[in-house]
Write a protein that binds this ligand. Structure first.
Ligand SMILES: Cc1cc2nc3c(=O)[nH]c(=O)nc-3n(C[C@H](O)[C@H](O)[C@H](O)COP(=O)(O)OP(=O)(O)OC[C@H]3O[C@@H](n4cnc5c(N)ncnc54)[C@H](O)[C@@H]3O)c2cc1C
Length: 365
């Protein structure tokens, strides 16, 4: 545990206080440091954050109609460089290029894939032999391939980056208490830290933050099983409603659910039972469930992130609302926010929170 007196900002320029070291806070501090701008990160080490529960897939297509996801052409290339760069700095390999073997669960889904393939083949492929997956899988309607897809080793990235923040004495491992925050036009005061700005990268906690709680967040719970499958192929991602994603040492992440209504963020036995049945029906090989994880995605009603500064409290900012796509959105918008801080360059208009100016005027702070 870092003591506050040990904290050492990384340069002498204006200081940014970052709340949260999920994928958003990690990349924001990374880009600030790259631009010689000082920061301190406050993060309590919670076990079931969205970033820690994520499988780490960057999938360029989505939905029943298999359409390209928002901004994906720009985001894919950016993400590839960003993860390679940060991995190099940390001496880890945190990005792998792979493909998704997309088993069609119904004849309708097969038709949808084939129609999309006729229209636009970017990211889509058809196999030379549709029967070549029968050794491990039971399937009735064939499959298509999605490629390239990136797989991020997000837990390795977060823990390696955390170690670096600690070594550089810029991490405070404690629960941030908003009641201790004082915001004036010229500075931010948090306990004994005086900063130029504060940026909330605190995931679902921002939903109750007095500065940002009126933004249209739409929390979404997701669960996954960690299963052990001896001798199972570990280079590709397999999908049939659920994804099977390779981890390490014969372990696989299997998920996920998307729940808009839920009582708590804890694993629910209904998900475990349902997923076990899906696997029994899909796999020809035995598997063992070794863990069950869950978290809440910081999603937003219009499926766009929340990036930028409060229009009234101009030194209070946010990098959040990454929803189901934190792995591709967080690096890109962390860099945009850094450039906004340093060069006042604009933030993408669909992500910039000033689009909610009316909501901020009506809110109490
Ligand atoms: C089951 C599941 C699977 C997913 N799979 C994928 C996927 O394959 N690909 C993808 O792109 N996205 C995926 N996502 C979505 C992705 O996880 C999120 O978009 C992303 O992790 C959000 O990151 P974040 O840094 O904004 O928030 P978080 O990861 O929630 O990080 C917030 C951080 O703030 C800290 N914090 C909060 N409040 C405080 C406080 N008061 N004091 C101190 N620290 C605080 C927390 O400890 C945490 O470290 C998945 C999500 C789930 C739940």
């Amino acid at each position: 545990m870092q003591k506050k007196s040990d904290l050492r900002p990384s340069s002498s320029s204006g200081l940014t206080l970052i709340i949260g070291q999920g994928i958003s806070g990690t990349f924001l501090s990374y880009y600030l440091q790259k631009n010689n701008s000082s920061f301190i990160v406050i993060d309590e080490s919670k076990p079931n954050t969205a970033s820690k529960a994520a499988s780490g897939i960057i999938n360029p297509v989505t939905g029943r109609r298999i359409v390209k996801t928002w901004m994906i052409d720009e985001l894919m290339g950016f993400a590839k460089n960003a993860y390679q760069e940060i991995g190099k700095q940390l001496t880890i390999d945190c990005i792998t290029e792979t493909k998704i073997i997309d088993f069609f669960p119904t004849p309708q889904m097969r038709n949808a894939f084939l129609e999309r393939f006729e229209d636009d083949k970017t990211f889509l492929q058809l196999p030379a032999d549709e029967n070549d997956q029968r050794h491990f899988f039971k399937y009735d309607f064939g499959y298509g391939k999605i490629e390239p897809v990136f797989l991020i080793d997000i837990n390795d990235l977060l823990s390696s980056y955390r170690k670096k923040l600690k070594e550089e004495k810029v991490l405070l491992e404690e629960k941030f208490d908003i009641n201790e925050l004082q915001v004036s036009d010229s500075k931010i005061q948090y306990k004994n830290i005086t900063a130029d700005r504060i940026i909330f990268c605190d995931g679902i906690e921002s939903f109750s933050n007095p500065y940002f709680k009126n933004l249209p967040f739409a929390p979404n719970k997701g669960e996954a099983l960690i299963v052990e499958i001896e001798g199972f192929p570990d280079e590709l991602i397999y999908k049939k409603g659920m994804n099977i994603v390779p981890l390490k040492n014969n372990l696989f992440w299997v998920g996920s659910s998307y729940e808009w209504e839920f009582e708590n963020d804890q694993p629910n036995k209904i998900f475990r039972e349902r997923t076990e049945l899906i696997l029994l029906d899909w796999l020809k090989v035995p598997f063992k469930i070794v863990d069950h994880i869950s978290s809440v995605r910081p999603a937003t009603l219009e499926r766009r992130p929340f990036v930028g500064f409060h229009p009234v409290k101009k030194n209070v900012g946010i990098l959040n609302g990454m929803g189901t796509k934190g792995c591709s959105l967080a690096p890109f918008f962390a860099r945009q926010l850094t450039e906004n801080i340093i060069h006042q360059s604009p933030i993408h208009r669909e992500a910039d929170i000033t689009r909610f100016a009316g909501i901020f005027r009506r809110s109490e702070r």
